[in-house]
Design a protein around this ligand. Structure first.
Ligand code: SF4
Length: 308
């Protein structure tokens, strides 16, 4: 992609700057297609965290939202982590606060706190282990059997993963406003329009949507599923950007978004031009205060290790 759509020059400039400055460009699966196409790596939170930790680049340009750049800064404090759009946040991550979580911990002494990576660095610092949607089930299975589990902040991922893992969890009532836009009626309508298609949805979707799907997968799991399944058509229940990733990585099959309204406005704030300017001026930089980072690091490292 690029030639003929006006993005080619910006993509070339981003790559040139990255070469000169020894930077790596990471883009989440929900980013704009032209941003995904200019990245060195496109992936989900887990894959991108691993890339950030392993990269020997001096600068990481994180095309995503704030908690992702923070996670990279926790894992790789010696690198300069740039978030091209400083306003790109995750409303779900903002639904859990340190005071409320500390209160819940006090009510359940000894409980392990399992936090989705979609949390602030401060909440990670209060957590025993972080997870992503790609390894939430394994992380829950790894919690000692005699411990209660507090799961923050996503009630949908938490209840889905708990069922799969055979564990009980105390749920924080957070959710993703974008995934909750995907309704059961959207799935029903899409199935009527595409009767041969398999339905694959993200665990951030509401329980009735997950229950109606053929598969519930992280975004990386969706790539694997669509590649391995004999079906030729898929109804995709997650943020709309994922259709581009699938079309690129598993070509020759058809992908229909369950609804076109599932667009995360924060993910779309990052444009190619902003990425170029951010790398040119090497800002805005995302950094995590040392004391918070040190407390959060173990939980994040555990997350990166699970599911290898
Ligand atoms: S899609 Fe949902 S969980 Fe992901 S960044 Fe947007 S609001 Fe947060």
């Amino acid at each position: 992609m690029g030639a003929g759509n006006g993005f080619a020059e910006l993509q070339a400039e981003l790559k040139r700057l990255a070469r000169v400055k020894n930077a790596v460009i990471l883009a989440h699966n929900y980013q704009r297609p032209e941003v995904q196409d200019a990245a060195d790596f496109v992936g989900d939170s887990l894959g991108l965290s691993r890339r950030a930790a392993e990269s020997d680049a001096e600068i990481i340009v994180f095309c995503g939202v704030d908690f992702m750049a923070e996670t990279a800064a926790i894992l790789a404090p010696e690198k300069r982590v740039i978030l091209p759009e400083a306003r790109a946040c995750c409303p779900m991550a903002q639904m859990v606060d340190v005071e409320g979580l500390q209160e819940l911990k006090d009510q359940h002494p000894g409980a392990w706190v399992v936090s989705y990576v979609n949390t602030s660095a401060e909440v990670k610092a209060l957590s025993d282990v972080c997870c992503t949607s790609a390894n939430a089930v394994q992380v829950l299975q790894g919690v000692p059997a005699d411990r209660e589990i507090i799961f923050t902040p996503d009630r949908n991922l938490g209840s889905w993963a708990a069922r799969r893992a055979g564990r009980e969890v105390i749920l924080w009532e957070g959710f993703c406003p974008t995934h909750e836009l995907i309704q059961l009626e959207d799935i029903v309508r899409a199935k009527q329009e595409h009767p041969a298609a398999k339905v694959v949805v993200h665990p951030e979707c509401a329980p009735e949507v997950s229950a109606a799907a053929d598969a519930v997968e992280s975004t990386t799991g969706m790539v694997r599923y669509c590649r391995g399944d004999p079906a030729q058509e898929f109804i995709i229940g997650t943020e709309a950007g994922m259709v581009h990733r699938l079309t690129r990585d598993v070509p020759g099959k058809k992908y229909y978004p369950a609804t076109r309204s599932a667009v995360c406005p924060n993910m779309k704030l990052t444009t190619l031009r902003k990425a170029v300017e951010a790398l040119r001026w090497e800002r805005p930089v995302v950094a995590v205060p040392r004391d918070v980072r040190e407390k959060a690091l173990l939980a994040v490292q555990r997350m990166v290790e699970y599911g290898r």
